[in-house]
Design a protein around this ligand. Structure first.
Ligand code: COA
Length: 260
């Protein structure tokens, strides 16, 4: 395996980003944070890439959160910088103009679970376990975990998991709605690609606008949310793709969307 800290594979409209520090359970050090930030920023305007899958190298870990060995060397200012950077990074991943699927291939702890939470869809292999374990280190989730977990699974369950720092199995994660789907480890990438493939069949502008409407709308009251939905819908009306969808339906064939 390459010694690059992040691996990227691009094909057929899908970019697979692999956190590549398996010897450290793919924990985030400052170098990997910077590399992921650059990759995410770069993907924002890439029209040829329409779905991103993010995973971890090796068979044991998706991501074990912050690199605790590096953390022990940082002074307070550098710890603040790290938290500031990782929080903003996960927010830009959440706001990416295309769907992000987290392929949770093993342990996802602390920032690892927060990374999965910033993705749009989470698919976990049967051996995965997830947890916001920070309070056990006398800190709190700092990359969105206190905000995204309760929005996803409800306040009561999120409080339980954050206060206890308990890890949940893939099966329990599925039951509480923390992941969308589970599968055998060997099938994880196939499952993610299958879901990505279905997304690729849909209109790219529609997907971008649907993601925006959901993300922005969920943070507001329903009336404002419906206004956001309405504006997002308007953007899809004057598109070539919308006409292509109608034409393909009439001609009983699959549409060929161009993102125009
Ligand atoms: N930062 C840096 N190194 C880490 C790490 C982290 N977050 N998590 C694991 N590693 C390293 C271990 O130190 C070990 O390296 P070593 O062989 O040089 O000692 C290697 O990864 C393998 O980890 P190990 O603990 O031996 O494997 P395990 O299967 O017994 O346990 C974990 C795996 C992930 C459950 C365990 O390492 C762990 O609890 N890590 C801390 C996770 C955490 O609390 N993250 C939240 C940070 S805010």
């Amino acid at each position: 395996m390459s010694d690059e800290i992040l691996l990227t594979e691009e094909s057929g409209g899908i970019a697979i980003i692999t956190l590549n520090r398996p010897e450290s359970m793919n924990a985030f050090n400052r170098l990997m944070l910077a590399a992921l930030k650059e990759r995410v920023d770069n993907l924002y305007f890439r029209k040829d890439i329409r779905v991103v899958i993010i995973t971890g190298a090796g068979e044991k870990a998706f991501c074990a959160g912050a690199d605790l060995k590096e953390r022990a060397q940082l002074d307070e200012t550098d710890v603040r910088k790290f938290i500031f950077t990782i929080r903003n990074l996960f927010s830009s991943l959440e706001a990416l103009s295309k769907p992000v699927i987290a392929a949770v291939n093993g342990v996802a702890l602390g920032g690892g679970t927060e990374l999965a939470l910033a993705a749009d869809i989470r698919i976990a292999s049967a051996n995965a376990s997830l947890g916001l374990t920070e309070t056990r280190l006398a800190i709190i989730p700092g990359a969105g975990g206190t905000q995204r977990l309760p929005r996803l699974i409800g306040v009561g369950k999120a409080k339980e998991l954050i206060f206890t720092g308990r890890r949940v199995s893939a099966q329990e994660a599925l039951e509480i709605g923390l992941v969308n789907k589970t599968c055998e480890q060997g099938q994880l990438m196939g499952e993610c690609k299958k879901m990505a493939g279905m997304i690729l069949e849909a209109g790219p502008i529609a997907i971008e606008q649907a993601k925006y409407a959901i993300n922005a709308g969920i943070e507001t009251d329903i009336h404002t949310g419906l206004g956001i939905e309405s504006n997002a819908y308007w953007l899809t009306i004057p598109t070539e793709d919308r006409l292509e969808g109608l034409k393909a339906f009439r001609e009983k064939r699959k549409p060929e969307y161009k993102g125009k």
